[in-house]
Structure formats: structure tokens, C-alpha cells
Design a protein around this ligand. Sequence first.
Ligand code: PHE
Length: 364
Amino acid sequence: MQSDDLKNLVEAALPAIAAAGAAALEELRVSLLGKNGSITALLKSLGGMEPEARKAAGAEINRIKAQITDALSARRAVLDSQALERQLAGERIDVTQPPRPDLAGAMHPLSRTQEELAAIFATMGFSIAEGPDIESDWNNFSALNIPAHHPARAMMDTFYLQAPEHARPPVLRTHTSPVQIRTMLNWAKTEGLGATPAPIRIIVPGRTFRADHDATHSPMFHQCEGLVIGEGITLGHLKGCLIDFLRAYFGVPELPVRFRASYFPFTEPSMEVDIGWSRKTGEIGGGTDWLEILGSGMIHANVLANCGIDPRRFQGFAFGVGLERITMLKHGIADLRLFYESDVRWLRHYGASPLTPASLHEGI
Ligand code: PHE
């Protein structure tokens, strides 16, 4: 073979390789370097040459083989990276696209209320505590100064679970107040032992259960408990805290708030809290009528003692508010059952935007 032929071979192969697509490239590789390829044939032809000539030709053919191999793999790399680019472009997701408004979800009004309470009480230094839906009889009743056979248990007729013989059956909690007990027990064992204990300030939003069912009662409903324990906590703190909360939640700065003596076994004194409204128009803060909105009181000394807290050193207050009730009042929702029907039209109307967080900045 003449070195001119070799030169021609290279001059034809290199531009063809540089321009080839994936399939053509593979064909070129086979026709040059494959078993019957032209370079392979050249290498085979070395065997019939004189030693001197073979040496020179061998070196030349190997140089050309290397040149072509390099060109093939360079082209392969270009094609591979082009293919990857194409795939990435096809799978690209534009995260700057605005959400499709027709597919936007809404936050359930009760969830929104919970977020609003969290935001309001956070500004007063409260954190959020939780407890289980299934409670022991002791946490739900006895520790809260509601002994067995006490008539106050009938006020909260509820659902009992199966229990081994002689044991008191667990209950679906009738209020969020058992989380008072859980929180105080923990605190008494840890923080409460210190010389200058940090006070308890919690709210407890959550599910509660009672055997009731009509337009204003559901067997499952929601409450939010509040609990403050510390040294020198007074009824004045309770009143200030609840007045601030109600005015912020309803967005009525001068909302009239009335504290009315009442009875709960776990608070002493106990107070029902009313807000001013108009029975005729439903306007909150207008008119001359009163509407009962929550229960509250100073923690009963027996309850503190049940949790291992010395009532002579520590005092506190608690309150419990029905979340459906305050949500219905704020949004003019007439029937409690609508909360649980999951009617998409209702949820769209009363639901809140999940993208707008509850904040006190410009009013809740
Ligand atoms: N747990 C009471 C109820 O469900 C409400 C309440 C809570 C009253 C805390 C006083 C203090 O009716």
C-alpha cells in the first residue's frame, strides 16, 4: 500500500466522522476498524511484507489507526452530550410559571382559625401543645377535679372504649383540658423544680368528642385550650389575655367583653366569657346583646396538687374555646354540619388561601 492511499483514506474518513450522526458513526467504525474494516485489512497485510517495509508501514498504519480511533470517540462524545441536552430540554420544568388558579386548593376554615389563634397567642409568648384523642379517665376527668359519679361527667357524656375488667375505660377526650394535666405533670417534674422556673404558656388546639348531634353540636368538634402557670398569676392576667385575644381575633378593637361567674370543677373562680353583638344583624361588637363564647377560670388548687405543683407557690389560669363556634361567628356560617361535609363549593367559598399566612401585622 502506498502512503498516498493511506493519506486518502484518512482524508476521506476524518470529515465523514466529524459530520456523522449516531448510526452513521457506528457504520464508519465498523467499516474502518471492524473485523473486515479497511484499517484492519491494512494491518493484516503487514504479514506479507519484507521486515524493513513492514516496520515503516506498521508504524504508519498504527498512527492512522490511533488518529481515527480518537476522531471516532471525540464525535461520540459530542453526540452523547447533544442527546443529553435534548433530553434535559424536553424534561425541563419552569418553576417560575404562576400556579393555575383553577387548580388552587383552599385551607379549611377551621385550620385557618387554628393558625390565627397560633399567631395571636404567639405574640403573647404562648407555644402550642398537643395530646392524644384517646385519653385516660384520670387525665380527662379525675385529675381535673371531676371524680367518678360527679354530676359534671354527665355534662360531657362521651364515648368510652373497652377496658379490662375493673379498670376505668379510656375515653375519646371530651375537651382539650387533659392536655393541661399532661403539661403540668411534665413541668412539675422538670422546670417546676428549678429556683426560677419559666412559666407555662401554652395553647392546645385539637379534636374533641361528645355524644351530641344537631345543627349546633357534632360528636366530633374542635377546641382550643389555653393554660398559664407561674408565680403571681392573677385574674387580671386572665382578663387581659382573653380581652386582647377576642379583640384581635374578631378584628374589633373596642369589642365589649363580659366575664360572668360560672362553674367548672377544675377552675375556681370560674367565668363564662361573653362578647357584645347584635342578635338581629349578627354584627360582632354592635348591638346590645351578649353572646357566650368561652369558659375560663383560675386553676383549682386541687388540680395543681394533682399534678405535683404547690398551689401556695404557683397560680394560673385556663380557658377553653370552641373553634367551630368562633369560626361560624366570624364568617357568618349558619350550620355546623357544613364543616364536615367536604363540599368543594363550600370549601372554595369559606376556605382561606394557603399562600397567605395568618399574621397580626395587618390584623388577623
Ligand atoms: N373544658 C371546658 C369545656 O370544655 C372549658 C374550659 C377550659 C373551662 C378551661 C375553663 C377552663 O367546657
